[in-house]
Design a protein around this ligand. Structure first.
Ligand code: RB5
Length: 147
């Protein structure tokens, strides 16, 4: 059976970090779904958050990685989708906790704020950490409420 992919997308502010994370994931043997953007031309980050959300919704990907300049806009856009729990991450402990306590399925970075090695470490920790469930499951379920 093919392992579920990790979907990656970025705007122009995150394209360099996306490229570096794509290399890291491929080297580590993860199947990757690259959903753009691919160059420095200015694009709109909600489009790329929507692409990753769609890939998770239709089962092409289990996890997503999103990058914009600060990580803020693209994480807000991702979290507009009820099935997405996107964590904007700047250090490794939060990457681990976003999985253990929040069952995050998307990790976001600021490509203009985060070095590639720290982002790689955070991403690998995120992918390797299971959800703890238990008391956290009830709270995560509440996140799916709308309105
Ligand atoms: C684009 O210049 C920039 O605004 C975007 O990448 C992001 O930082 C928005 O939150």
């Amino acid at each position: 059976m093919t392992a579920p992919a990790i979907a990656l997308a970025a705007d122009h502010g995150g394209v360099d970090l996306k490229s570096s994370l794509l290399d890291a994931l491929t080297s580590a043997g993860h199947p990757v779904l690259d959903l753009g953007t691919d160059g420095p031309q200015s694009v709109d980050y909600p489009v790329f958050a929507d692409r990753v959300a769609a890939a998770i919704a239709d089962g092409r990907a289990r996890f997503g990685v999103l990058v914009c300049g600060s990580g803020i806009g693209i994480s807000i856009a991702a979290n507009r989708h009820a099935h997405i729990r996107c964590a904007l991450i700047h250090e490794e402990t939060s990457a681990r906790l976003s999985r253990q306590h929040n069952d995050a399925n998307v990790i976001a970075f600021g490509g203009r704020l985060m070095g590639p090695e720290l982002a790689r470490v955070c991403l690998m920790t995120f992918l390797a950490t299971p959800f703890e469930g238990g008391r956290h499951a009830r709270r995560v379920e509440m996140l799916g409420r709308t309105g």
